[in-house]
Ligand binder design. Structure first.
Ligand code: MG
Length: 203
């Protein structure tokens, strides 16, 4: 399986990082070795002094597809989950300055936290999914899928022009504003609506 991540998919987040607003989806990938499952602790890596959380809705692909039209894209997933796209922001800044690929800052071990999934029927309107991240009991990110620049089905259409989607692939759909650093002993809890989707500590 592969993990596809969408960058800068919320206006306020693109602005907080002082990045251009994309006119088409920006995507990058993480390897399967980046998954952090089952609420296991996240160990801060030694190579970064500034690891940021980015809470994101995650789409799990359940059908093989290539060049999928947006109007049929909803046939390719049945569950939505929540995860974190951990980012070594200091390394990412250096790589962007040099025009280099982002993998070192994005694809490292345990950088893709994956929580639970909810059948999409239970979520109602997928254009209005409310989700949040709490750090040590404080609300730090508060998102709504209505604020996505590119909706889930548009993302699937775009990505599948370039990359065949396979069963079990994950798409991290971008983070809303409010990203920030994590520290040892932080407690991170993510919600979709009132549902607790993940709950783990930083070590
Ligand atoms: Mg992200």
């Amino acid at each position: 399986m592969k993990i596809i991540c969408i960058g800068r998919n919320y206006l306020k987040h693109a602005r907080e990082l002082e990045r251009d607003i994309p006119t088409e989806p920006v995507f990058f990938m993480k390897p399967d070795s980046s998954l952090l499952l089952d609420n296991r602790p996240f160990f801060l890596p030694e190579f970064s002094k500034e690891v940021h959380y980015e809470v994101e809705l995650v789409v799990k692909i359940n059908r093989l597809g290539k060049t999928i039209a947006a109007r049929y894209a909803n046939r390719y997933y049945s569950e939505i989950g929540l995860g974190i796209d951990f980012t070594a922001r200091d390394l990412q800044r250096q790589l962007i300055e040099k025009g280099l690929p982002w993998e070192k800052a994005k694809a490292f071990d345990a950088s893709a936290v994956l929580g639970d999934f909810v059948p999409k029927e239970e979520l109602g309107d997928l254009g209005q999914i409310v989700f949040s991240l709490h750090q040590n009991g404080n609300l730090v990110q508060d998102g709504n899928s209505k604020d996505m620049i590119f909706a889930i089905d548009t993302i699937i259409e775009y990505v599948s022009k370039f990359v065949t989607l396979k069963i079990g692939d994950l798409i991290y759909t971008g983070t809303p504003a409010g990203v920030g650093p994590v520290a040892i002993n932080d407690h991170l809890v993510g919600y979709i609506g009132e549902r607790r989707m993940f709950d783990f500590v930083v070590k």
